[in-house]
Design a protein around this ligand. Structure first.
Ligand SMILES: [Zn+2]
Length: 327
């Protein structure tokens, strides 16, 4: 349970009250992507709405709300243009920002999927401030955008190494040391969600959720961010499908593969343990930021233990704890 003074849904008039204290805070907002409508064929919903347009609308609304609350806001882009990833992070570093927020919306092959996914950089044990911010974001987004289905809406909070295994994402890697997140509030590949995302009132609701989370975050002392690999030994990169490949046929089986592996585990069908491991791996590779990916790794570790592979099981468990925040 998160402790926060702003627990109930707050009307806009109160949300904009500058007395609630972001004065003196420097916040860098990064509306993801931009300027790629001609070259990029997959960041678009079935109804024609493009991710970078949604990200920008939400970002501009959030800028207004944060400035009304007294914060100084840096924008990595204010229009539909391409900005190099490292430059986006550098803007936050150069101005000693107190917080960096990269605003995105997600895509996957399974069009039924819709829930928030939040990425931090590195490891759970080391990036404590970003984890604290992520928990506030998760609560605010579920309250703000998934009000009618709160109990059935999972939230994934995970390392960016789950989607870009070698080095994580550029914006979070280059801003490491500042509390920083990439937040994907919802999936534009879900047709109903895409329709909602076209409406400015809905974009504004999302911006209000971010505002609430940021206020909650600064109500408590900001936790430490330890240097990467100072407390956690490096984990071997785990290759997964990236970007456009996530829309492939294989990605559709992510949930079925997990369920079948779970059945094999519960039936103690020892002859099929290796098959179960392969199914879990396929689920994680196809949809590494699904809310079941952490469970896949838990189950994988348990199967390895049953097969007597203790060292491998420990390593899988370590990956699970450092890359996926447990619900
Ligand atoms: Zn994106």
């Amino acid at each position: 349970m998160l402790l926060c003074m702003v627990t109930a849904w707050i009307p806009i008039s109160q949300a904009q009250d500058s007395s609630t204290g972001l004065a003196g805070k420097v916040i860098c907002l990064d509306p993801g992507h931009g300027g790629t409508a001609d070259s990029d064929q997959y960041r678009v919903g079935i109804g024609g709405e493009r991710e970078e347009w949604i990200n920008l609308r939400v970002g501009l609304y959030l800028r207004e709300l944060l400035e009304d609350a007294g914060a100084t806001v840096l924008m990595t882009r204010k229009e539909d243009v391409a900005i190099p990833l490292q430059d986006r992070a550098q803007l936050a570093v150069d101005h000693a920002a107190d917080l960096f927020l990269s605003i995105h919306h997600n895509a996957t092959a399974d069009t039924a999927v819709n829930f928030p996914v939040i990425y931090f950089h590195g490891h759970v044990t080391e990036n404590k401030a970003s984890i604290a911010l992520a928990k506030h974001m998760a609560k605010a987004l579920v309250d703000g955008l998934y009000r009618d289905r709160q109990s059935e809406t999972p939230v994934g909070i995970m390392s960016d190494h789950t989607i870009f295994p070698q080095a994580g994402t550029a914006v979070l890697r280059h801003s490491y040391g500042i509390p920083a997140l990439i937040v994907e509030a919802s999936f534009f590949t879900n047709p109903a969600e895409e329709q909602r995302l076209k409406h400015e009132a809905y974009n504004r609701r999302e911006a209000l959720a971010y505002l609430r989370a940021i206020k909650c975050f600064f109500e408590q002392p900001v936790d430490t961010i330890y240097p990467k690999n100072s407390l956690v030994a490096p984990l071997q990169p785990f290759a997964v499908l990236q970007e456009a490949d996530r829309m492939s046929e294989m990605a559709l089986a992510w949930r079925d593969n997990y369920r079948e592996a779970k059945r094999i585990f519960h039936d103690k069908d020892t002859a099929r343990y290796e098959e179960a491991c392969a199914l879990l791996l396929q689920s994680v590779i196809a949809f590494p930021d699904s809310h079941l990916a952490g469970d896949c790794l838990d189950l994988y570790a348990a199967l390895l233990r049953r097969m007597g592979m203790e060292v491998e099981a420990d390593e899988m468990q370590r990956r699970r704890h450092e890359h996926y925040l447990e619900n």
